[in-house]
Design a protein around this ligand. Structure first.
Ligand SMILES: [Zn+2]
Length: 138
């Protein structure tokens, strides 16, 4: 997911896979996705959105090539690897994504059009994540 609204950092893990396990997955996928030129870290957070239950998010800096992958302590899917890879795909798409968003904002498109863009981006991230994980079920 995109949009980092209402995120609580530095929380204690309350549920889900231990952080050491998630860090191992991060290292594995960073190599697989050929992102070793990125400085990545992983943080367990609490999302306080009320419009939907969010499983992950990211904060990236393209110039510094740094990104934090944010994963909720309360995974509604219980599928942290999916969430992690999905967010890494977002980071890979971020340069392109940011350029598109800047154009949308510059051209003052309607919220509906902006939402459509976000929906298409999500579908792409979802599709690529499934391919990477070798899944057809979700
Ligand atoms: Zn997403």
């Amino acid at each position: 997911m995109k949009n980092d609204r209402k995120i609580i950092f530095n929380i204690k893990e309350k549920r889900g896979k231990p952080k050491a396990f998630l860090n191992k997955l991060l290292v594995k996928w960073q190599k697989k996705l050929q992102m070793t030129d990125w400085k990545l870290d992983l943080q367990i957070v609490d999302f306080k959105r009320t419009d939907y239950r969010q499983s992950g998010d990211f904060v990236a800096n393209l110039k510094k090539k740094t990104a934090s992958i944010l994963i909720t302590w309360n995974p509604f899917r219980g599928d942290e690897e999916y969430t992690l890879v999905h967010e890494l795909v977002h980071v890979l798409l971020y340069d392109y994504d940011k350029s598109c968003e800047n154009e949308l904002i510059k051209n003052k498109v309607s919220k509906a059009k902006h939402d459509l863009y976000l929906e298409k981006l999500e579908n792409l991230a979802h599709h690529l994540t499934r391919i990477l994980l070798g899944r057809s079920d979700r």
